[in-house]
Design a protein around this ligand. Structure first.
Ligand code: HEM
Length: 410
């Protein structure tokens, strides 16, 4: 079958679900080209997604994190800028293959175990309550800026040991660096430089003044020769980016679902423990990360009926896979009672999300407290007027204006 070319254009951003459904009709693998010119294969079926994400001949490379136009012209200015950024900020686990991947993941994994997540849970509860206290019920509130963004970034700052006052700066740099398929090389360089200026002094400080935090653990692994300096900075940057953009999208997407789905909202009111299933169904139906990061073919091989060549980029659409009718019954239905709910929102294979447990915990606490405190929460603008950020990697509303409490009668 001749593959279709997906362009990630206005129509895609306006309605990625429809685009994904149309792709499913065109076979399990298509071609894509991104706004910044990256071209490659786009996998859309559930089974092929799992195959690719665990395929021995499909892997990562530092430039796969950068979404270079393939093949790279090493003498181009863009390649030079990207190469500098590659070394400095992309030497982390999500850009690495085995055996290096295991070393990079193990360096921080103990802060994301069930016990570590349980330990940080009171802090998540406390910070959530503070953010809710700070919102003014007398006027419309933007839940993205005032709630869903600061919560996860504040918590990942706590885990790392970075002061929360850097929250906004982290938000700006990470929104550029998290969407490298879209951002220009100049924007990438600016954001990468800012991130390095932020992270490096803290890592240096922790070498001499250790504390009980993840920055100290990373600085110690650098001192012991486990991580080099680029790997240390990159790991911190990865956690800052992966640890908040994603989770804030999940909190917002689930809130939006509950605000526009009265049946589900009533069920949650009667049975608050149901929130976990609603969060998981949101992860399936509207994954916060609709596509994985890029993969690179390490040799020539066939996928479905297409010949893949060494060096080709491959992107997996988790959104399309989560709506594959061959595996997911009635994929367009929002049904938290699916058992099991076999979505791929956290990826698959060795790069399966390290923070999945933390993300679910943050989302559960955020939604529970928000709807408990403000049971009459409503949208302050019609759903059709809400605008989504033009991002390939994240499904994110620009703003979510809400009224926390009913407006008093004049
Ligand atoms: C709802 C929230 C989240 C979603 C939907 C999500 C999704 C994902 C996905 C799809 C991947 C795999 C990407 C790929 O294969 O290209 C991934 C990897 C990763 N995520 Fe998350 N993530 C979330 C929250 C978090 C949090 C809170 C953290 C931690 C601070 C985190 C840290 C990571 C890391 C470190 C990786 C790379 C793992 C590796 O390469 O071994 N994520 N995430």
């Amino acid at each position: 079958m001749q593959p279709r070319l997906v362009t990630f254009d206005e129509a895609y951003f306006a309605d990625p679900h429809r685009a994904a459904a149309e792709l499913a009709d065109d076979g399990p693998i298509n071609r894509f080209t991104s706004p910044s010119g990256t071209q490659g294969w786009l996998v859309t079926s559930y089974e092929l997604a799992r195959t690719v994400l665990a395929h021995p001949e499909v892997g990562k490379s530092p430039s796969a994190m950068l979404g270079a136009t393939s093949p790279i012209d090493p003498d181009s200015v863009a390649a030079k800028i990207q190469n500098a950024a590659t070394r400095a900020l992309n030497s982390h686990m999500l850009g690495a293959d085995p055996p290096e991947h295991a070393v990079l993941r193990a360096a921080v994994a103990e802060r994301f175990t069930p016990a570590a997540t349980a330990e940080i849970t009171p802090r998540i509860e406390e910070f959530t309550a503070q953010l809710i206290d700070a919102m003014d019920p007398a006027r419309p509130v933007d839940l993205v800026q005032d709630f869903a963004f600061p919560l996860p970034v504040g918590i990942i700052c706590d885990i790392l040991g970075l002061p929360r006052r850097h929250l906004r700066r982290i938000g700006h740099a990470s929104s550029v660096l998290s969407d490298l398929i879209v951002a220009s090389p100049i924007e990438q360089r600016g954001a990468a430089t800012d991130f390095m200026r932020l992270i490096l002094p803290y890592l240096a400080l922790r070498r001499f003044r250790p504390r009980d935090d993840l920055l100290t653990a990373i600085a110690a692994q650098h001192r012991n020769g486990v991580l080099d300096v680029s790997q240390s900075i990159s790991t911190v940057a990865l956690l800052l980016i992966a640890g908040h953009e994603t989770t804030s999208n999940l909190i917002i997407n689930t809130t939006l679902e509950l605000l526009t789905n009265p049946v589900e909202r009533e069920r949650i009111r009667l049975d608050p423990d149901r929130i976990g299933s609603v969060i998981d169904e949101t992860l399936r139906a509207d994954p916060p990360v609709p596509v994985t990061t890029l993969r690179e073919a390490k040799s020539d091989f066939d996928l479905a009926d297409q010949r893949i060549h060494r060096g080709d980029w491959i992107l997996v659409s988790l959104l399309a896979a989560n709506h594959d009718p061959a595996v997911i019954k009635d994929p367009a239905e929002f049904d938290p009672d699916r058992k099991p709910n076999r979505h791929l929102a956290f990826g698959h294979g060795i790069h399966y999300c390290l923070g999945a447990r933390l993300a679910r915990t943050e989302a559960r606490i955020a939604l529970t407290q928000l709807f408990e405190r403000y049971p009459n929460l409503t949208l302050a603008e019609p759903r059709e007027k809400l605008s989504w950020r033009q991002s390939v990697v994240f499904r994110r509303l620009q703003r979510l204006p809400v009224r926390l409490a009913p407006t008093p009668n004049p």
